[in-house]
Design a binder for this molecule. Structure first.
Ligand code: SF4
Length: 429
């Protein structure tokens, strides 16, 4: 990873608070910014040792390596420095399961227990919010505990808030027949019901969610309820003012990019200028503290273009994750574009051998994959798609969500657990 400085740090939780360090005048970071205890690796040092050493330097807390859990994602960001040019840092994060010392002020830093719900009020280093939410997932979700637990509550929901869309993808499975009938209060009610059922992670998807009038208010509302927020949009209707409006409430933005040029993308998405849309969104998000993920559906149209696309993504200093999904038709999707599993694996194994500044995740998309998170339709109905049929399981306005899931025995607990613990591997097919 040329030009990227490796660093490592530790997240500590105490009840609803997280330990941050405030950087003082003597620190190399800009004065007044908050980060987790962290710092760069010394020559020959590994990430674990660097995290322990830097944490002691910044907080005086002594940590044992046995008490640290490793967060699978590596976080990357360009960070402004006081006495040098901005640098790109990759940050390996650990979560501390047990510690005894009280944090103490040092010459460069003041440790502070900060309420997680109040993170947005602080001047945070890039990615701090995302990594804290990542750490919360790891801390709260132990794979073994989840698999044992009888009263298992799902943690992620994908709300397909509208089925209307301004694109015409050849494989689209959204049924473009629904009008948005719910007013803002009802839409907020869907979010609060999801939250009451224990859901921490919400993806706003569609159709195209930016066609929904109150979308920004809904994202802010979900954030106020303490949820991790993800917006999955094709990006065409994104504007700088929308992103500025939701910057403090949106954790992750996911946009599709299926090829390296408009010609390839047109065959798949039916849109002639999606490359321009991609670069537009990139300009808007570049200096914002929002994670950017790129999703690529791999099918017969783009299999030979993926390395060109990879080169473009590598040239962009903002992407956190590239997700390659084997196209599999759901609902109305067409079957002609499917690549065989063998061909998909062949392509992916070549890609992940390359050095990459971002995480690469690849997966086979199957109907079963849906059972690892809750799907919610525009009207608040819980559903799944199976054998090309849209199956409604219940209505969130008429029945407690936990009952809906219990009654239908549809939720794939193992699949869900795997979803939240799979990030450690690059390929999970
Ligand atoms: S952007 Fe998404 S919802 Fe819109 S047509 Fe394409 S696949 Fe369907």
């Amino acid at each position: 990873m040329n030009g990227i400085t490796k660093s490592a740090g530790i997240v500590f939780f105490r009840e609803d608070r997280v330990l941050l360090v405030y950087h003082k005048e003597k620190a190399k970071h800009q004065t007044g910014v908050y980060g987790i205890p962290a710092g760069r690796l010394e020559p020959g040092e590994n990430e674990l040792d660097a995290a322990i050493r830097e944490t002691f330097n910044e907080t005086q807390i002594k940590v044992k390596s046995n008490d640290l859990l490793s967060l699978p994602d590596v976080y990357q960001a360009e960070i402004k420095r006081k006495r040098e040019n901005p640098r790109i840092f990759s940050l390996k994060v650990f979560v501390c399961a047990s510690f005894e010392d009280c944090p103490k002020e040092t010459d460069e830093t003041i440790p502070e227990w900060v309420k997680i719900s109040e993170l947005n009020k602080l001047n945070l280093l890039p990615n701090v919010k995302s990594l804290i939410f990542g750490a919360m997932e790891l801390k709260e979700i132990s794979k073994e505990d989840l698999l044992k637990s009888e009263d298992f509550s799902p943690l992620g929901a994908c709300w397909n808030i509208t089925s209307n869309c301004n694109y015409s993808c050849v494989f689209c499975y959204a049924k473009k027949d629904s009008k948005n009938k719910l007013d803002l209060e009802k839409q907020k009610n869907i979010i609060s019901r999801l939250r009451s059922a224990g859901i921490l992670y919400i993806t706003f998807s569609g159709g195209e969610p930016l066609l929904v009038k109150h979308l920004t208010k809904l994202i802010k509302y979900a954030k106020d309820l303490g949820m991790y927020t993800d917006l999955s949009t094709n990006g065409a209707n994104m504007t700088e003012s929308i992103l500025e409006d939701i910057e403090k409430s949106l954790d992750k933005l996911s946009i599709p990019l299926d090829g390296s040029n408009n010609e390839v993308i047109y065959k798949i998405r039916g849109i002639k200028n999606h490359m321009q849309v991609f670069y537009k969104v990139l300009t808007f998000i570049k200096n914002k503290n929002i994670q950017l993920n790129i999703n690529t559906l791999v099918c017969k149209f783009n299999e030979s273009d993926l390395f060109n696309l990879f080169e473009i993504l590598k040239s962009v200093n903002k992407i956190n994750r590239w997700k390659l999904i084997r196209y599999y038709p759901l609902g109305q999707g067409l079957k002609e574009f499917i690549l065989s599993k063998e061909r998909f694996n062949e392509i992916i194994s070549k890609i992940i051998k390359q050095t990459s500044p971002f995480q690469i995740v690849a997966k086979m998309k199957t109907e079963d994959d849906q059972r690892s998170f809750i799907l919610v339709d525009p009207d608040g109905k819980i559903y799944l798609t199976a054998k090309n049929k849209h199956i409604i399981l219940g209505d969130i306005f008429k029945e407690d969500l936990r009952n809906i899931l219990k009654k239908n025995c549809v939720f794939n607990k193992k699949g869900h657990v795997e979803k939240y613990s799979r990030y450690a591997t690059k390929v999970s097919c």
